[in-house]
Design a protein around this ligand. Structure first.
Ligand code: MF3
Ligand code: CO
Length: 260
């Protein structure tokens, strides 16, 4: 079932989304060589705490996991792409880090992710990051009143295929609002015109994740959480929470500039 949000509810979601954006900005600012993933999780926790937000990730236990999620941010390094756990691993020069964070404020949830390299990015990493973010932009541009979920899926899939990257339709985007995962599921590949019709007032998370090696396979660590590329190649993941409106899609998890 899909609940259409009122303009006031979308404003409330934008406030939650702002907290997510701030938490990811803090993670990015702290992510230098020698800092541990655990330290980055603490930085994100502090942002949520100061904002009065709770974490929809902390303690979350889907059926595939063998224990509840232990952090507020998923931190996936290099061949890990999704659901990496904040361990004592310390970042190294050139690591490709994907950070995925959620926040719940006044009962509304935002969900977003960003990937970047620690220190310098190789040309190959820079291209993977750029194309995965471009796929997010293409998916967002397709999220219009009257379009379909398949239009978003097709837009994302086309970017991966053209670039020669691997992708998989498991763990794609999703409705988001009063809870982190709502209908519809938004696969990262598909056919235009298929699937649920999008309506103004729908709020969705769009989240392409691509694998540089070009193979469409992944594996998951024994704990049931960390998802890695099947061929050991690096992966990237970008996500925004977006509101479908009567005109342009509205990104709810973008960092708002502080007025000066
Ligand atoms: N943003 C991700 C998603 O949409 C991560 C959630 S997994 C969690 O599925 F356990 F960490 F919450
Ligand atoms: Co998500």
């Amino acid at each position: 079932m899909v609940e259409l949000k009122t303009p006031g509810e979308i404003e409330a979601m934008a406030a939650a989304g702002e907290v997510v954006a701030q938490a990811l900005a803090a993670v990015r600012a702290e992510a230098v060589v020698g800092v541990s993933l655990h330290d980055l999780d603490l930085a994100a926790r502090e942002v949520l705490r100061v904002a009065g937000a709770s974490s929809p990730f902390l303690g979350y236990q889907p059926s595939f996991a063998s224990f509840p999620y232990p952090g507020v941010v998923c931190l996936s390094v290099n061949d890990a792409v999704l659901h990496g756990i904040p361990t004592t691993y310390r970042l190294r020069e050139g690591d490709l880090l994907s950070a995925d964070c959620g926040a719940t404020l006044d009962g509304w949830t935002g969900d977003a992710a960003v990937s970047f390299c620690v220190g310098g990015a190789s040309a190959a990493d820079a291209r993977l990051l750029e194309r995965t973010e471009a796929a997010l932009r293409a998916g967002i541009a397709a999220a219009r009143d009257g379009a379909s979920v398949g239009d978003i899926s097709a837009a994302i899939g086309a970017v991966a295929r053209t670039a020669g990257y691997g992708l998989h339709t498991d763990f794609g985007g999703h409705g988001v609002g009063r809870s982190m995962h709502e209908d519809p599921h938004i696969p990262n590949d598909g056919r235009p015109g298929r699937g649920m019709r999008l309506r103004a007032g729908m709020t969705i998370a769009i989240e392409p994740w691509f694998m540089a090696g070009g193979r469409d396979t992944y594996r998951i660590d024994e704990d049931g959480w960390t998802l890695r590329s099947g061929d050991g190649s690096r992966g990237a993941h970008f996500e925004h929470t977006v509101a479908v409106t009567e005109d342009e899609p509205r990104v709810l998890t973008r960092l708002r500039q502080v007025a000066v």
